[in-house]
Design a protein. Sequence first.
Length: 404
Amino acid sequence: MLPRDLKPEQFAGYPPEARKIVTNYLGILQRLPLSFVPGLLRELIDYDCKFPAERKAHERELAHLSSLPAGELKEWFQGFAEIRLSPQLETFDWIRSPAQFVEQLSAHLWSTHQLDAFRKASNEYADRLRSAVPPDLPAVSRLGITVIGQGVASYDDPLFRKLRPHGAYFSHVKAEDGLRLLLDSVAARAKAHPAPYGHWYIDGGEEADHAPALTCVSYKALEPVRAALLRKIQTELDRPGMGPEALRTLLAQMRPSDLGMNAGSKPRDEVLDRFQVKLLTEGSGTQIFSTSFAQWAAREALRRAQPLTLLVRFAPRQRQKPMNELLSAVPARQELDFVGSLIDADLGAYYNWLNQQRLPGAEQSSFLVWFEGHGQALAIGPSLPRGTDSTSAADLGQLLAWAV
């Protein structure tokens, strides 16, 4: 099966919205190389469970490709067309299983020394697309907030060292009711600028009371799901011949129902459920370390949903143990590493800022990181001086106002 032979009825097994967009743009899919189409279908097959920002990006990409003249389209995909595929790949059922095709394609590219050529073609395509279809600027400047150091009584080493050159450091911040103030500020932004999945609260521990307008993901709330996943992983690891590649394929195919997320009568948010499953099945350490969970959740929320507001609160993670013990789903008393978690979160705050800077409108975005329960914070914003220190007394609300 080659792309030119595609027919609408072959996508009957796709979810409704995915089937609709694929059939609407079937004409352009038929004109693209086999080395490229399954990778696009891997994204489109999950279209029904993608965030609005992702849907819009796919629609704009397909619309632009459809508008290209034949000669220009050939130029865009020349690098992909030169990739040599094996007979096994050409006969693979890539329509129904595009993700599995991409996995096998990766192995084929590696074994045939074509990985560099494919990467070059991919980078050139991304550059062309970004130039031809620039992303929209956000409706309001983005705000990122990271809260670190929960449960740490004292810490004498300097914090925010990687962020200090980019913003203003404050050493006498009023810490009383700080988390509540930040959550209320985020809720106010959500009320003033309503947008589906536009305002997020991610907690590496147990979530605090928050406005229902916020999209919330927390490590504690997913405890039953994490335990179910670890049981499945342990079961699969005990099977003869189960290797890392087979396990990865199995995890990639998991759905919320496989982990008990659809149980109960409460209505579920399928888009958010699928997002959380991917956090646990694709992230490294997200199943067992709360700091890894918060970091990966923030990264993926920024990359995929592109929120206007993101508040991330890190919580203490468990101490390192032998991997077999960490992967065990048997409940055990956890020994928490408070200082180690603070160090992880301090670096995590820097990564959160970097990932926010990759989004459209980065020049006008603002960022705040606060040592929870203490008087240290750092704010970054268009009007704040960079690389400065302040000993003036201020509360977190004032810092947000100055940053924005």
